[in-house]
Ligand binder design. Structure first.
Ligand code: ADP
Ligand code: ADP
Ligand code: MG
Length: 464
C-alpha cells in the first residue's frame, strides 16, 4: 500500500479521501488555494501545500503546481477526487511521466470515455444499447438539422466534452434547431473549451439509472448495483437513492452486466460509473461513463457496506479488489441529499456566504460528508455543494422518514440552501410511491414552492 499520497481536490471529497487514507495508515498531502487556507481538508491532512490564488484555473487546475507539490513532498500517487482534474487524460499521463500513480484509469481510457460521442460509438461496438442519435459529432447547425430529421424530434443536443449538465439543449420544434445548436455550442466552448457537439433522441419521462463499477489490474470487473438519480434540477442531480424502485431483479442483472461489459470494453481500472436513461417501457440506453469516484458514491457504500475510496486505493496500489461479485449485497435502502448553497425559489441560483452556524444531524443510520464548520467562508469560486446527508434504513419508507428527521435536525445559518426544499420532496406522493422521472422537479416546482409557504398538506404513506 502507498505510504503517502496527494489529494488534488478540496471540500467534502478531499476530506472523504483523507478519511480513507487515515484508516489505511497512508499519509496525506493536501493542496489548497489562497481562498482555502483555513479549509477542513488542509487541517486534516498530514501536510498542506498552497498551489495558487483562488480561481481554480490558477490553483486546483494548475497541473504543474500540483505535480511539483506531489514530487517535492514525496508522494507516490495522486487522488483527483471528482470535478477539477479527475477526468483530464493529459493530467493522468503527466502523473505517469512524473512517476506518480494517478488513482483512476489510464489517460488512454479517460480519453476514450471522456469524449461522449466517441464513448457512444465504443459502447455500440461492445453491444451496449445507446440512445438513437447522430453517428458521431455534427459539425454545424445545418448538419445537426439533417441528423435531427433522421432521428426524429424531440432531440437533445449535447457536448462531447460535456459534464455537470452543461452544453445541453432540448429541441422539440425543427424551427428551433439551429438556434439551440448555436446556444449549446457556445456554452460548451465557454465551459469546456471544446465545441464538438452530437445529437441524441430525447428520451421522454426517463429515469437516470447508473451502475457503480469497480475494476482491478488483475482483470476483475464487478458492479455494485444501481443508483437512481432522477431527482434533478438543470440536468444535475439533487437526490439519489439505491436500490431504484424502477428495477426488477431481472433488469438489474441485465443492466449490471451491460455496465461490466462497458468497463471491460474500454480496459477500465478503478472506480467508475456507467450512466443510463431508462424509459417507462423498461428500455435502457447508455448515456455516458464517468471515469472517477462520484458525488453520490456514499449511497452505494451505505447499501453494500463497502468503502469505495479504500478499494480505489487498493486497486491503484496493484492489489486485487477485496470482494467478488457474488459477495456484493444491497442491504436495505439508502438516500442521499446534496446540500447546495443555493436558492430554489430563484432558479437554484448559488448564494455563497459565511457559515455563521452549522449543526449536522446524527444518530442511527445517518452519515454526513461535508467540509463545513462554524465560521467557514464559502468562496464564489467553487461549486455550491457544501454537504451531503446520507441515510440508510431497512426499507425505503424508513429511509425516507430517517432523511426527513435528519434534515429537520440539520441547522445552517448564514446563507440559504436547498435542504428545506429537499425535505418537501420527501413528502410528495409521487416520490413516496417511487414513481418519478427526471422531470419531477420541473413538473412539481410550483407546488413545492407553494409548500415552502403553506407547509406540507396531510401525508399519505400507504405504499409499504
Ligand atoms: P456526479 O454524477 O458525480 O454528480 P457531475 O457531472 O454532476 O457528476 O459532476 C460532479 C461534480 O464535478 C460537480 O458537482 C462539480 O463540482 C464538478 N463538475 C463536473 N463537471 C463540471 C463542469 N463541467 N464544470 C464545473 N464543475 C464540474
Ligand atoms: P453530463 O455529462 O452533464 O452529466 P449526461 O449525458 O450524463 O450529461 O446527461 C445529464 C442528464 O441529462 C441525465 O441525467 C438525464 O437526466 C438527461 N439526459 C441525458 N441524455 C438524455 C436523453 N437522451 N434523453 C433524455 N434525457 C437525457
Ligand atoms: Mg452524467
Amino acid at each position: 500500500m502507498f505510504k503517502r499520497i496527494l489529494i488534488a481536490n478540496r471540500g467534502e471529497i478531499a476530506v472523504r479521501v483523507i478519511r480513507a487514507c487515515l484508516e489505511l495508515g497512508i499519509e496525506t498531502v493536501a493542496v489548497y488555494s489562497q481562498a482555502d487556507a483555513q479549509a477542513l481538508h488542509v487541517q486534516l491532512a498530514t501536510q498542506a501545500v498552497c498551489i495558487g490564488p483562488a480561481p481554480a484555473g490558477q490553483s486546483y487546475l494548475n497541473q504543474a503546481a500540483i505535480l511539483t507539490a506531489a514530487v517535492e513532498s514525496g508522494c507516490e500517487a495522486i487522488h483527483p477526487g471528482y470535478g477539477f482534474l479527475s477526468e483530464n487524460p493529459d493530467f493522468a499521463d503527466l502523473c505517469q511521466k512524473a512517476g506518480l500513480k494517478f488513482i483512476g484509469p489510464s489517460g488512454a481510457v479517460i480519453r476514450k470515455m471522456g469524449n461522449k460521442a466517441a464513448a457512444r460509438a465504443l459502447m455500440q461496438q461492445a453491444g451496449v444499447p445507446v440512445v438513437p442519435g447522430s453517428d458521431g459529432p455534427v459539425p454545424d447547425g445545418k448538419a445537426a438539422a439533417r441528423a435531427a430529421d433522421r432521428i426524429g424530434y424531440p432531440v437533445l443536443i449535447k457536448a462531447s466534452a460535456g459534464g455537470g449538465g452543461r452544453g445541453m439543449r432540448r429541441v422539440y420544434d425543427p424551427a428551433d434547431l439551429e438556434a439551440s445548436f448555436a446556444a449549446a455550442q457556445a456554452e460548451a466552448v465557454a465551459c469546456f473549451g471544446n465545441g464538438e457537439m452530437y445529437l441524441e433522441k430525447l428520451v421522454l419521462n426517463p429515469r437516470h439509472i447508473e451502475f457503480q463499477i469497480m475494476a482491478d489490474s488483475q482483470g476483475n470487473v464487478v458492479h455494485l448495483g444501481e443508483r437512481d438519480c432522477s431527482i434533478q434540477r438543470k440536468n444535475q442531480k439533487l437526490m439519489e437513492e439505491s436500490p431504484s424502485k424502477a428495477l426488477t431483479p431481472a433488469l438489474r442483472q441485465v443492466m449490471g452486466r451491460a455496465a461490466v461489459e462497458a468497463a471491460r470494453a474500454c480496459g477500465y481500472e478503478g472506480a467508475g460509473t456507467v450512466e443510463f436513461v431508462l424509459d417507462p417501457q423498461g428500455n435502457y440506453y447508455f448515456i455516458e461513463m464517468n471515469t472517477r469516484i462520484q458525488v453520490e458514491h456514499p449511497v452505494t457504500e451505505m447499501v453494500t457496506g463497502l468503502d469505495l475510496v479504500r478499494e480505489q486505493l487498493r486497486v491503484a496500489a496493484g492489489l486485487p479488489l477485496s470482494f467478488t461479485q457474488d459477495q456484493v449485497r444491497q442491504e436495505g435502502h439508502a438516500i442521499e441529499v446534496r446540500i447546495n448553497a443555493e436558492d430554489p425559489a430563484r432558479n437554484f441560483q448559488p448564494c455563497p456566504g459565511m457559515t455563521e452556524f452549522v449543526h449536522f444531524p446524527g444518530g442511527c443510520g445517518v452519515r454526513v460528508d461535508s467540509a463545513l464548520y462554524n465560521g467557514a467562508e464559502l468562496s464564489p469560486f467553487y461549486d455550491s455543494m457544501v454537504a451531503k446527508i446520507i441515510v440508510q434504513a431497512p426499507t425505503r419508507l424508513m429511509a425516507i422518514r430517517r432523511m426527513r428527521r435528519a434534515l429537520e435536525e440539520f441547522v445552517l445559518e448564514g446563507y440559504s440552501t436547498g435542504a428545506d426544499f429537499a425535505h418537501l420532496i420527501l413528502y410528495h406522493p409521487d416520490f413516496l410511491k417511487g414513481s418519478y422521472d427526471t422531470s419531477f422537479i420541473e413538473k412539481n416546482m410550483s407546488r413545492l414552492l407553494e409548500w415552502t409557504q403553506t407547509g406540507v398538506p396531510g401525508t399519505r404513506e400507504e405504499e409499504e
